[in-house]
Design a protein around this ligand. Structure first.
Ligand SMILES: *[C@@H]1O[C@H](CO)[C@@H](O)[C@H](O)[C@H]1NC(C)=O
Length: 188
């Protein structure tokens, strides 16, 4: 009993001071941001996003102009790498092939984004529960000074510049998207 109390106390103290960290062997810095409109219409707007400050936070707003459910909407993520740091990106055989939006978000969110997007703190995008969030409600969502928490990311990520390109589709036609360019370096 006593031991438990002490352990819990210790763990809290450690967490408070950041002694306990499941650190990845790499660090990820946000380098840049690109966005594009859809072919005929744009229902997914990423144009108001920026990388700001010395910490290179992601900041801005994203906008969905329609409720998005899997009956019409899907997305894909392509990953590109350029290990030498020159901007000569090559498509990697990873990423997420075109997936119905609700299933895709449900699968991806806990693995990649949940630790970084804290509703009410750095975004008003709703928390995605285990059972998913469907449809994804139309609206404008802010993202404030976001830094990726990579604890739930894979341990092995290729070093150098990494570009994650997200494209949304409505009835298989591109309706907008964007790409985040990150720099992945060894943790010293
Ligand atoms: C960050 O984003 C918020 C919300 O969109 C905006 O109001 C603010 O001006 C942005 N800050 C900077 C420094 O761009």
């Amino acid at each position: 009993m006593k031991f438990c109390e002490i352990s819990i106390g210790l763990i809290s103290v450690c967490m408070l001071f950041g002694f306990v960290q499941s650190e990845q062997p790499y660090i990820v810095k946000n380098e840049g941001w690109e966005y594009f409109n859809g072919i005929f219409e744009t229902t997914f707007h990423l144009g108001e996003m920026k990388i700001i400050g010395r910490q290179r936070y992601i900041n801005g707003t994203i906008k969905f102009t329609e409720d998005m459910a899997s009956d019409h909407f899907s997305f894909q993520i392509e990953l590109y790498s350029c290990p030498q740091g020159e901007k000569n990106f090559k498509l990697l055989p990873m990423g997420v092939p075109r997936t119905p939006i609700c299933e895709g978000l449900k699968e991806l969110f806990p693995k990649v984004l949940q630790a970084s997007f804290i509703e009410g703190e750095n975004t008003n995008f709703p928390f995605v529960p285990d059972e998913g969030l469907c449809p994804i409600p139309m609206g404008e969502y802010y993202i404030k000074n976001l830094e990726f928490d990579t604890d739930s990311w894979p341990n092995h990520i290729i070093r150098g510049l990494l570009k994650a390109k997200l494209t949304f589709f409505k009835d298989a036609i591109n309706v907008g998207g964007g790409a985040l360019i990150m720099r992945v370096e060894d943790r010293e």
